[in-house]
Design a protein around this ligand. Structure first.
Ligand code: AMP
Ligand code: ZN
Length: 136
């Protein structure tokens, strides 16, 4: 996609610090890191969402996530791994990317639960409805 920042990184139009490259994916340093060592892992082809990806490319992406996680985790000993899968989920760059962010005690970011209000208890019938809707 011509106006996609990450496609421009792939094509070399926007310079970046590429950490590793596989047949279908690359990892690089986030330009505006949430913590020192914030890394992004992306597919070379443009897809907005994980489920849009070809299975081989998806397997390649998560294999690189697996390899990069060891490196990022060695920074502080804990890593937040996140994907904003769609605009309403917080995705600003519409090209699949996995965030790997080193976490540490006292960084004040908190757990994922802090992003939402208090968890609600669902009835058995609501759970059954969701189960029927989501099972594969
Ligand atoms: P998201 O909000 O999940 O779409 O995340 C997009 C990420 O891309 C943010 O963490 C940005 O800091 C990062 N980003 C934006 N432009 C660049 C760039 N030119 N090089 C590296 N990272 C970038
Ligand atoms: Zn793109």
């Amino acid at each position: 996609m011509t106006d996609c920042i990450f496609c421009k990184i792939i094509s070399g139009e926007i310079p970046t610090k590429i950490l590793s490259e596989t047949i279908h994916s690359i990892s690089f340093l986030d330009a505006f890191p949430l913590a020192k060592g914030h890394v992004l892992v992306i597919p070379k082809n443009h897809y907005q969402k994980i489920q849009d990806m070809d299975k081989d490319e998806n397997a390649d992406l998560f294999s690189l996530v697996h390899a990069m996680t060891s490196k990022v985790d060695s920074m502080t000993g804990a890593t937040l791994m996140a994907i904003h899968n769609g605009k309403d989920a917080g995705q600003e760059v519409p090209h699949v990317h996995v965030h790997l962010v080193p976490r540490s005690m006292g960084d004040s970011a908190g757990p994922i639960h802090d992003m939402f209000g208090p968890a609600s208890k669902l009835s058995e019938s609501e759970l059954d409805r969701l189960f029927d809707k989501l099972k594969i």
